[in-house]
Write a protein that binds this ligand. Structure first.
Ligand SMILES: Cc1cc2nc3c(=O)[nH]c(=O)nc-3n(C[C@H](O)[C@H](O)[C@H](O)COP(=O)(O)O)c2cc1C
Length: 210
């Protein structure tokens, strides 16, 4: 039986959302039952950005998605988490949600579930790797099994003649300082492969959890 995969993300301007959709495509192609959920916005952020047209347009494009809940985490055999970087760490919206998971942590409800992270940063060296690695810390506390995205899955990543995302730690994209860049084809391929890989690993881990 194939795995149930939850893809949950926060995105201010839509770049992380684009990666999330490729992760979903990969998981579905690998046979997973998928839930795509957004992390709730914080009221302070919504207020601060109420006059930002790009923010408003991006939020509108995600408004049809349900907000992630603890039951989604319980339901999933594997979870992909997406976030834009905030000074090398996950966004506060995602941290706020993770900080509500102590009831699940105390019962070990997320232990031995597969988990991977994908990110967006403004610049090439703005936290592409640090954000994923720092995100791994709470996932390890929750007992999750980390899944990355090795380069062997996409040799084009050895191309250093153009700026692109993607590291062995997880898929990523570079949005540009003004958010005008879009994910490169390789960024989306890496995201898709994370969905596939997460599905494979989560399927195997199901037997361990029983
Ligand atoms: C408070 C704050 C801190 C940020 N810190 C960084 C940073 O350290 N490095 C970086 O490259 N981008 C940084 N950014 C830019 C975001 O990561 C960028 O807007 C995001 O990757 C776009 O993804 P999204 O479209 O999914 O929101 C920051 C943005 C904000 C609002």
């Amino acid at each position: 039986m194939s795995a149930k995969i939850l893809i949950t993300f926060y995105s201010t301007y839509g770049h992380t959302f684009q990666l999330a959709q490729s992760v979903r495509e990969g998981a579905e192609q690998a046979g997973a039952e998928v839930r795509l959920r957004r992390v709730a916005e914080l009221p302070q952020a919504a207020e601060a950005m109420k006059n930002d047209e790009n923010y408003q347009a991006a939020q509108k494009s995600m408004a049809h998605l349900e907000e992630v809940t603890h039951d989604d985490l319980r339901w999933a055999d594997g979870i992909a988490w997406g976030t834009p970087t905030r000074y090398g760490n996950m966004a506060a919206q995602v941290k706020q949600f993770i900080d509500t998971t102590s009831p699940l942590w105390s019962k070990g409800e997320l232990e031995d579930k597969a988990s991977g992270v994908f990110v967006s940063t403004a610049t090439q060296h703005g936290g592409q790797e640090a954000t994923i690695l720092s995100f791994h810390i709470p996932l390890l506390h929750l007992g999750m099994i980390l899944v990355g995205s090795p380069y062997g899955q996409n040799p084009t990543l050895f191309n250093v003649s153009e700026i692109h995302g993607g590291s062995p730690y997880g898929p990523s994209t570079i949005a540009g300082g003004d958010g005008s860049l879009q994910p490169k084809e390789g960024d989306l391929i890496m995201s898709k492969r994370l969905g596939e890989r997460l599905t494979k690993v989560a399927t195997q881990l199901k037997s361990l959890r029983k």
